[in-house]
Design a protein around this ligand. Structure first.
Ligand code: CDP
Ligand code: MG
Length: 979
């Protein structure tokens, strides 16, 4: 039985008729009970019984005579429903094989253990039960005091005190430090921290918060003989800053990393000594400690840096700290923020004291759109309104953000229009400028205006680099093209243009940071990445187009959105500040001064803009009890519906039970450093023996994919990705192939050429491979894998079984399922998707499936779906219906009756996925699925490497599933042999 089942879609409507059929052995094509034409897939029926009817039920003729008014409508509605039912995918075993499969099922059933072995005493079960108890306890608040774990060690205190006293106070670094604005506040700062458990410190970028504040605390402790009870931890939102700041501070202390200063980020660390030290780490690292040290007893001072960014993790940690503080009287919390929202944090900590460090940046002159139009003479063309400007759908206005968006467009009428009248009355601006400003188009991004302004700066202003902020990749590309292609906006003369985006290869170029040769002007076109993450020192001119690409999440539609929106005041200030780092500068805002008044003060916190599945899992695994009450303690709590969506999703994948406790599966998932769906994929990969490719997929989904998009070579890059996908019709298998090929290339030294050819980032690939190792270590530690070598043969028995690997991808991405149809657009056919909530979904042009026309199955799974101007799936994999049978939510057999009384038998996976399927076959699937569910439960509770012996229950179940999923090779990868 090489091919065990056939599937087809009714009427060939999903794909070319020929490709709608499984390849069969032994000549029988078509599904077993079908009576249609096997070569075309037409006319065959998915129903087991009921006989062949013509295609297009009710296609001819109108409603029966005698029907009137509303009944006619009902008749047509009913007819449409029936035709939808009939046009479902069909799932059937080939004729003659039903019996053989019944035998398999009987054998598996006979092997099934009567009672799963899950009594206590096992390490995993114990930990899991403890977690459940902790969550129950957490619902009762405990303020039992807990002391720091850092007990005094007088000898250590003395020796470190001596050492510190011997330091040279007049070193170059010492003198540099004294010049920083933070230095003047040193004593005040230390006093404040000594007196209060929580202090908020604010100050402009560069004033010395990150490098100096932890150092002040350390020096104070060392000099006063408190080294042994002092362990300072400073969190950073980004990996790269944790390392570079630690290096800098060690240098300032004339030490190497690993003495009194160190860093720790995921998968990488240079730890300092335990006591009398500073550790710079990412926020995630501290959250990880909480699992084993819930009161952070190993820490004396925790400094949270860059909290104004309001990323999910730091908002979460702040909430946790507020919870810990009543128990830890000796813990010091220092919150540091670059901009102006210090009050918000202070209020959250019962009006704790704030300290502002006055900054030192050079003055920056600000111009607004009205000035820019005036100085350049640019005229904004009036356009007929585009489709993208249509009003938002009604639901959007119900959300918090939706209301804000609506307010933003009203603001044009309320603020901008009166302001233009005011400008007119002043008489300083020309008619042409005023006419431009009156157009709503003046608030859209205008690439020609940006190019014109750059020309103006280059021609009329002194030397100095120009930094242009635009929302996204497209804008960078367009402005770059205007400036470099032949045409009216081509910038001649001595200029060097750098596009800067996290997906562009230039991100790694050192040249961006260095000063260009005398007389050459550097122009950097960037996204908000250049606001804080990347500092280009010699910038004197900033062009701020005022928009930022924001991901948002709408819990009503359960959909993420990605759209350019107005920046917050805090962003605009930060952008302005970038112009004054080395000398007085100029900032050109491409919005009016009146629009500036309407900007939100701060960016909406990430907690209010994303799905919360991962966070919910984290809350449960840390034992914080019921999720909604915990999240209500967050500074700006997320919407109830968002929390409810996350809980529902986690129940769907069986990570949480009805009482909102972690299931055994959920407990595993909460320990894996990835989103729960990806976690499930990884566990199944271990069980099914396809570890290497799936860990590649999981690492890429968790971190980012390694592909770059070089400007001007987009088409070639698309082509290369398609080539690497090897016809799999899967963006996920593409990721696995890319990593596999790179690993191969690395072993023969051709890795650089390989990356160059396929537009891959070597540093990302290196990170991904490290992550794969981390995942493998966990799986091995939990005994799911026999070896932590993810390349080992024993972990990859089935890695070359493409159908299986695809099914495991499906298992992980479920419930992100879409059905596929081909749409005709002119001479070409393009794929179009539909999901449970969205009727029309397109595939992102970057996906290898975007221009694919020859699919085998009408089903896809995806990882990211976003709503911009249209709804787009960013990445997808074609899957077989059989994958959904085993890895979907659950199976329900259904018996529907058509209006003429004939029965239609079907099998339902979830409300969106149903297949027409004969009762016998459906029964068989359901029984096998029940065995699989039982096996999975046993394996999850008592993790163990897979028993492949088909004479035992486990081996027999897994073997049947793999055979049903059918097989076709993915390639001939060679695995290390560890046996
Ligand atoms: O955190 P904040 O932005 O307030 O400043 P900081 O990161 O502590 O930096 C203080 C000063 O140290 C900056 O103005 C830089 O001149 C210098 N610095 C440096 O030269 N190299 C680094 N890697 C970090 C900071
Ligand atoms: Mg800083």
């Amino acid at each position: 039985m090489a091919e065990n089942y056939y599937y087809g879609s009714r009427g060939g409507s999903y794909h070319q008729p020929e490709s709608g059929w499984g390849r069969g052995t032994g000549g029988a094509r078509g599904y077993s009970q079908a009576r249609g034409d096997p070569d075309t897939g037409r006319g065959g029926r998915g129903r087991g019984r009921g006989g062949g009817r013509g295609r297009g039920r009710g296609g001819g003729g109108g409603p029966p005579a005698g029907l009137r008014g509303r009944d006619i409508g009902l008749y047509y509605a009913q007819r449409q429903k029936e035709s939808q039912r009939e046009s479902r995918s069909v799932l059937a075993l080939p004729s003659g094989e039903q019996g053989a499969w019944q035998d398999v099922l009987r054998r598996v059933s006979a092997l099934a253990p009567t009672r799963p072995a899950m009594e206590g005493g096992h390490q995993f079960v114990d930990a899991w039960h403890q977690n459940i108890a902790a969550n129950r306890r957490a619902d009762r608040i405990s303020t039992q005091p807990v002391n720091s774990g850092l007990t005094p060690q007088p000898e250590l205190d003395e020796s470190l005190q001596r050492q510190e006293n011997e330091r040279d106070p007049f070193s170059v670094m010492g003198l540099f430090r004294e010049k920083l604005p933070a230095f003047a506040m040193r004593d005040e700062l230390l006093l404040l921290i000594r007196r209060h458990p929580v202090v908020v410190i604010s100050g402009e970028t560069g004033c010395g918060k990150t490098t100096q504040v932890p150092q002040f605390l350390l020096e104070d402790a060392l000099l006063n003989g408190r080294a042994s009870t002092t362990r300072i931890v400073c969190t950073q939102p980004r990996r790269i800053s944790a390392i570079s700041i630690a290096e800098r501070v060690a240098q300032e202390r004339h030490e190497r990393l690993g003495q009194s200063v160190g860093y720790q980020i995921r998968l990488e660390s240079r730890l300092p000594r335990e006591r009398g030290s500073i550790l710079y780490c990412t926020t995630g690292v501290v959250l990880q400690w909480l699992r084993s040290d819930p009161n952070l007893t190993g820490v004396s001072h925790i400094v949270l840096d860059e909290i104004h960014e309001r990323d999910l993790q730091s908002d979460f940690l702040i909430t946790v700290l507020k919870d810990i503080l009543p128990r830890r009287a000796d813990l010091k919390v220092i919150l540091m923020s670059a901009t102006l929202n210090a009050e918000l944090f202070s209020r959250y900590f019962r009006n704790c004291p704030m300290l502002n460090i006055p900054g030192f940046t050079f003055p920056v002159t600000e111009y607004y759109l009205e000035d820019v139009l005036e100085m350049t003479g640019f005229r904004i063309p009036s356009q007929s309104r585009k489709a993208s400007d249509k009003p938002e759908p009604v639901w959007h206005k119900h959300t918090k953000r939706g209301k804000e968006t609506a307010r933003a467009s009203d603001a044009f009428q309320d603020y901008v229009t009166p302001y233009i009248r005011h400008l007119e009355s002043q008489g300083h601006y020309s008619r042409s400028t005023l006419d431009s400003l009156r157009l709503p188009e003046s608030e859209e991004i205008n690439h020609e205006l940006i190019a014109t302004l750059i020309h103006h700066i280059h021609a009329h202003e002194k030397s100095g680099a120009v930094l242009v902020f635009v929302p996204g990749w497209d804008d960078i590309s367009k402005v770059n093209r205007l400036l470099t292609d032949d045409g009216p906006y081509r910038l001649r003369g001595r200029v060097k243009i750098f596009p800067l985006h996290s997906l562009m290869p230039t991100i790694n170029q050192k040249e961006i940071f260095s000063r260009p040769p005398e007389g050459v002007r550097k122009i950097v076109i960037a996204t908000n990445i250049a606001e804080t993450s990347i500092t280009i020192d010699d910038v004197v001119f900033v062009v701020d187009c005022g928009k930022i690409k924001m991901t948002n999440y709408d819990p009503k539609s359960n959909l993420a959105t990605l759209k350019p929106e107005w920046v917050a005041e805090a962003n605009a200030r930060q952008r302005r500040g970038r112009a004054g780092r080395v000398q007085p500068g100029i900032c050109y805002h491409l919005f009016t001064k009146s629009r500036a008044m309407t900007l939100d003060k701060f960016v909406q916190p990430e907690m209010l803009r994303t799905k919360l599945e991962e966070l919910v899992l984290q809350i449960k695994s840390l034992g914080f009890g019921k999720v909604a009450p915990f999240l209500s303690k967050v500074m700006e709590p997320p919407e109830d519906l968002t929390i409810e969506r996350a809980l529902t999703m986690l129940r769907t994948i069986n990570a949480l039970d009805e009482e909102e406790q972690l299931t055994a599966l959920g407990f595993h998932l909460s320990k894996l450093p990835m989103d729960p769906q990806t976690g499930k994929m990884v566990l199944l990969a271990a069980i099914f023996g396809c570890v290497d490719p799936i860990l590649s997929v999981a690492a890429s989904l968790t971190f980012k994919d390694a592909f770059m998009i070089p400007l001007g070579k987009e088409k070639l890059a698309d082509e290369k990705r398609r080539q690497l996908s090897r016809g799999t019709k899967s963006d996920h298998l593409l990721l696995a192939n890319a990593i596999q090929e790179w690993e191969k290339a690395r072993s023969n030294g051709s890795n650089r050429d390989f990356c160059w050819e396929f537009f891959l980032s070597e540093s990302v690939l290196r990170m991904l491979v490290n992550m794969k190792q981390q995942f493998a270590d966990y799986l091995c530690e939990q005994k799911f894998l026999p070896s932590s070598n993810y390349k080992a043969k024993s972990c990859n028995r089935n890695s070359s079984n493409e159908a299986l690997v695809r099914a495991i991808v499906c298992a992980g991405l479920y419930p992100n399922v879409a059905s596929l149809k081909m749409k005709r657009r002119g001479p070409v056919r393009i794929p179009s998707l539909m999901t449970v909530t969205e009727r029309r979904v397109s595939i992102h042009p970057k996906s290898v499936n975007a221009s694919e026309s020859d699919f085998k199955h009408p089903w896809m799974v995806y990882h990211v779906m976003m709503k911009g101007n249209s709804v787009l799936v960013h990445d997808c994999t074609e899957i077989s219906p059989m994958s959904l049978i085993f890895f979907g939510e659950s199976l329900k057999l259904k018996n529907e009756f058509l209006s003429d009384g004939t029965a239609l038998e079907s099998i339902q996976v979830d409300p969106f996925v149903t297949f027409n399927c004969s009762r016998e076959t459906a029964d068989l699937f359901k029984s096998l699925r029940a065995h699989w569910d039982k096996l999975l439960e046993m394996k999850i509770i008592k993790p163990d490497q897979t028993d492949w012996d088909t004479n035992r229950f486990e081996g027999a179940v897994i073997d049947s599933i793999i055979r049903l999923l059918s097989s076709s090779p993915i390639g001939d990868s060679v695995y290390d042999d560890d046996e």
